[in-house]
Every structure is written in structure tokens, then in C-alpha cells.
Design a protein around this ligand. Structure first.
Ligand SMILES: [Zn+2]
Ligand SMILES: [Zn+2]
Ligand SMILES: [Zn+2]
Ligand SMILES: [Zn+2]
Ligand SMILES: [Zn+2]
Ligand SMILES: [Zn+2]
Length: 479
């Protein structure tokens, strides 16, 4: 069995499945069929991990790969779920329905609980209408993300965090200077500002200032569950949706359905067409295969000749949609903004030791990008353990823990060094082993940096979001 799929082949496979890559693509090398790819659905925008093998199988069976689209279509089989809320809202003439909002919030909480019981984080509750509840979850151990029906939720295929053996308590092997995140809740764990007014998803364009008045985006956070009014810039539909939904991925209920329909019509049509049906493709055809017998949905690569004289090998549909891939690569290389690992992921840069086979030390975090496939030796900031893997592998949400001590990328200790210094070492988990929003089975204990006799218990959230410090010091300064 061919273990590798070329990156060109992967594009075709994804396109046929209505997906695109959500991780940085790697044009140089192939993909292992059993590797998880992080993808984004072109119809609904849901991001999820799938194996190329799985995608090919679903496509062959004529089924949509995106599980979010799949289960939502399943729900719609009996009821127009997404449309229902819109109609009710319309007929009631403009006010939030507090009952619906309350019900949704309760559903989110119960979905969160259920996800946690199975060692997942809830990314979003996609559908909580009258059909089956559909959620996007992320495994807290391996980071694998996927959409599914809530009641299908089972243990992740990685075995979950309990499968992780030999994980010890991570200390600080070496100190690295870094900027501390603010402690007032004005930014999220990712470092992005919390205010809706600073949202870059494009949803502000959809904001209906007339119907939402006097409410304005600067008084809401991007993760707010509040139902507000939006106007679709394309079809001008006025509808109600919670803020977090739109900041995550602005979408219009009507346009989404139309797109979905169009996609399946296109796909059905392409199935019946071959390369020769497209004059542009026929003119560029440079392969021994007969263009009258190669289907437009064929995901194998064929030879084309572009107007410049390149001979790219790619799938018919990728050539049709994007043109010659050599021309495309040349265009992206001409773009000046080269951003390297030091800027995009300072934590990885701090763990960088050297590139394998690079005796002169030519490669550094200052000239290598995070999508690089160079073999790099890393040294864990927490335990000093050294291992070799590529920047790309480390950047993926899957497998981003140190194998030796369980330190996680983007840990509490990395983001809040001054708070981590007050972490009581008798806590069962180290500040390197948890993220600022990670689930803990205990309330952390703290030792005051100013006076080690000051000891107290407090959640990470209180410290990070509400800038709460040592209660004894606070008492003294107040009194
Ligand atoms: Zn989808
Ligand atoms: Zn997992
Ligand atoms: Zn629309
Ligand atoms: Zn070309
Ligand atoms: Zn480690
Ligand atoms: Zn104190």
C-alpha cells in the first residue's frame, strides 16, 4: 500500500471532500495516510482532524467527510433546526428570547460537563435544537479535534490522559525571559484581546447596530453567549445568533444551506464530467491518459503544461480552480512577509537546541518557520529532556506534551511566570503541566513571593482573570 500521498494529491482529496487544510501546508513532502490532518470544512467552517484514508473512504462512499455537516444534515432530515430559531425571533419582533438563551446556556453547560467526563474540552456546541446535540470537542491529552453527536462521545483513540504513564512533576530546568500575560481578563489564553470590538473574524461587518442598540461590541466579549442581531452582508438576512458563534466563524443560516446544496450539486455534476468537458483543462492537458476518460472527481495527479511552460502534476479540479501550482508557489514566495519561529512561537524558539546535521549552526529560530520539516533537537524547558522532531510536528495540537515530564505547550508557567513562582510545589500537578484554562482536580495552593508564611488556596482563574493575589498581603495594605 502506498503510504504517502503527495501534497498535491492531498489538495485534491481535500477539495473533493469539501475541506481545506487548517494547518500550514507543506508543499515539499508527502503526507502519511494514517497521519491526522487538521482541516477546515469549506461549507460550515468547522475545524477537525481526519486521516487522509478516512477522507478518501467517505468521498468514495459519496458521504460528506465533515462530521458537523453530516450530523447537521441528519438533524435536518426531520426538522429545519437552524432555521427554526430565526423564524421565531423574526415573528417576535426583535427582542432576545430569554428562554431560548437560558436553554442554550444550560445545554452548553451540560455538554461541557459531558465532554469533561470523557477527557475532552468543549470547543463549541454546534446544534442544540430539537435534533441530536452536535459538538466540536478537543481531546485534552492529544489535542485531536472533531465534530460528533454528544451522545456518541467516547474515550479518544489516543487512550486519554490516563494512558499517559511515566509523567512526572515538571520543574523549571532553565529560566527564560518572557513577557507575562496581563492578569485582568482583558486577553484570552491565546493572547488575543477578549473584547468583541477587537474581533478579527469579520463578524463586526455583520453587526446590526440599529437592532442591537444601545448594545455595542465594545461592551461584549468575543465568547459571550448572548443572542444578538446580525445582518448577512451577502443575502441581507436579519437573524439572531449568539456572539461566540459569530466570532468563531461568521455564517448565515440561509447562505450556509444554499452553499451546502450547491456543493453537492457541483460534486454530482463533476462526477459525470471528464477533463475534456473543460476547454481550458483540455488545452493544458499534457498527460498520456485520455482526457475523455479522466473524471473531474479523480484525485490522482496528471501532467499539465501551463502558459509559462511549467509541467505541474496535479489533480484536474485543483488545476481548474487554482491553476498551475508552480506559478502559485512563485507568487507566494514573492511575498515579503517572512515570519519565523521566534516571532510566531517564542516558546518553541526557547526550547530549540540545533538542527540535525547543521554543524555550522546556520539554522536558527530566526530563519526557520514554524511549518518547517527540518529535524530539530529540542530541550524541554521544564525537565531538560532532549528529543528530536520537526517544528511542524511540535506546532500541531496533537502530541504537544514533553514525553518525559508531561509539560504542555502554552502552559500556565510559560504564560504567567510570576504567578508560577508562587505555585506551591506540593500541588499534585506542576504549573508546566497545565494550561491557564486547564481542568484541575484540586484547588491550587500558593506561597506568597513576599512572605513564605503566607499560604492560601485559590483557582487559577481568580489569579489570571481577576488579578487576585496574596490575601494576607492584601489585608495588611487595606488595614
Ligand atoms: Zn462542515
Ligand atoms: Zn486524544
Ligand atoms: Zn446570507
Ligand atoms: Zn506555471
Ligand atoms: Zn519535560
Ligand atoms: Zn503575602
Amino acid at each position: 500500500m502506498a503510504a504517502y500521498v503527495s501534497s498535491n494529491g492531498i489538495e485534491g482529496i481535500l477539495r473533493h471532500a469539501g475541506l481545506r487544510m487548517a494547518e500550514s501546508p507543506n508543499p515539499a513532502r508527502g503526507y502519511v495516510r494514517e497521519d491526522y490532518l487538521f482541516t477546515e470544512c469549506m461549507v460550515c467552517g468547522v475545524e477537525a482532524h481526519y486521516k487522509p484514508q478516512y477522507i478518501m473512504q467517505k468521498t468514495q462512499e459519496g458521504e460528506q467527510t465533515c462530521r458537523a455537516c453530516h450530523w447537521r444534515a441528519w438533524n435536518r432530515g426531520s426538522l429545519a433546526v437552524y432555521g427554526r430559531q430565526v423564524e421565531t425571533q423574526h415573528s417576535e419582533g426583535g427582542e432576545d428570547d430569554p428562554l431560548l438563551a437560558y436553554e442554550h446556556e444550560r445545554n452548553v453547560r451540560s455538554a461541557q460537563r459531558r465532554a469533561q467526563e470523557h477527557d475532552y474540552e468543549l470547543v463549541v456546541l454546534l446544534d442544540d435544537g430539537p435534533g441530536d446535540r452536535i459538538v466540536v470537542t478537543r481531546c485534552i491529552n492529544c489535542g485531536k479535534q472533531g465534530a460528533r453527536r454528544l451522545y456518541d462521545l467516547g474515550r479518544c483513540s489516543c487512550g486519554g490522559p490516563r494512558a499517559r504513564e511515566g509523567v512526572s512533576y515538571a520543574n523549571t530546568a532553565r529560566q527564560v525571559a518572557r513577557e507575562e500575560m496581563p492578569h485582568d481578563g482583558s486577553v484570552y489564553e491565546s493572547g488575543e484581546p477578549a473584547s468583541l470590538a477587537a474581533c478579527t473574524s469579520g463578524c463586526l461587518e455583520w453587526w446590526d447596530s440599529a437592532r442591537n442598540a444601545p448594545l455595542t461590541p465594545d461592551v461584549l466579549t468575543r465568547k459571550s453567549k448572548r443572542n444578538v442581531w446580525w445582518i448577512c452582508p451577502r443575502c441581507h438576512l436579519s437573524f439572531v445568533a449568539p456572539v461566540y458563534w459569530m466570532t468563531w466563524h461568521p455564517s448565515c443560516p440561509e447562505c450556509t444551506q444554499v452553499q451546502q446544496l450547491r456543493f453537492s450539486i457541483d460534486w454530482e455534476e463533476h462526477k459525470r464530467q471528464d477533463v475534456a468537458d473543460y476547454p481550458d483543462l483540455l488545452a493544458a492537458w499534457d498527460d498520456e491518459a485520455n482526457p475523455f476518460t479522466v473524471s473531474m472527481t479523480d484525485y490522482r495527479s496528471y501532467r499539465f503544461v501551463c502558459p509559462v511552460g511549467h509541467h505541474p502534476r496535479q489533480t484536474p479540479s485543483s488545476y481548474l480552480n487554482d491553476g498551475c501550482r508552480h506559478c502559485r508557489a512563485a507568487r507566494t514566495q514573492a511575498e515579503p512577509n517572512q515570519v519565523f519561529l521566534r516571532q510566531t512561537n517564542p516558546e518553541l524558539a526557547a526550547e530549540w537546541v540545533r538542527v540535525i546535521g547543521d554543524a555550522e549552526g546556520r539554522y536558527t529560530p530566526d530563519n526557520v518557520k514554524e511549518s518547517s520539516r527540518r529535524k530539530v533537537v529540542w530541550s524541554c524547558l521544564a525537565c531538560g529532556y532532549e528529543w528530536t522532531t520537526t517544528p511542524r510536528e511540535r506546532g500541531l495540537r496533537i502530541n504537544n506534551r514533553c514525553k518525559n515530564c508531561g509539560k504542555v505547550l502554552g502552559s500556565f508557567a510559560w504564560k504567567y511566570p510570576s504567578l508560577a513562582e508562587e505555585w506551591d510545589p506540593r500541588n499534585p500537578t506542576s504549573p508546566w503541566n497545565t494550561t491557564p484554562t486547564g481542568r484541575l482536580t484540586f484547588k491550587p495552593r500558593w506561597i506568597c513571593a513576599r512572605n513564605p508564611d503566607h499560604r492560601w488556596e485559590m483557582s487559577i482563574a481568580s489569579r489570571v482573570k481577576h488579578s487576585k493575589g496574596c490575601p494576607f498581603c492584601a489585608e495588611r495594605s487595606a488595614g
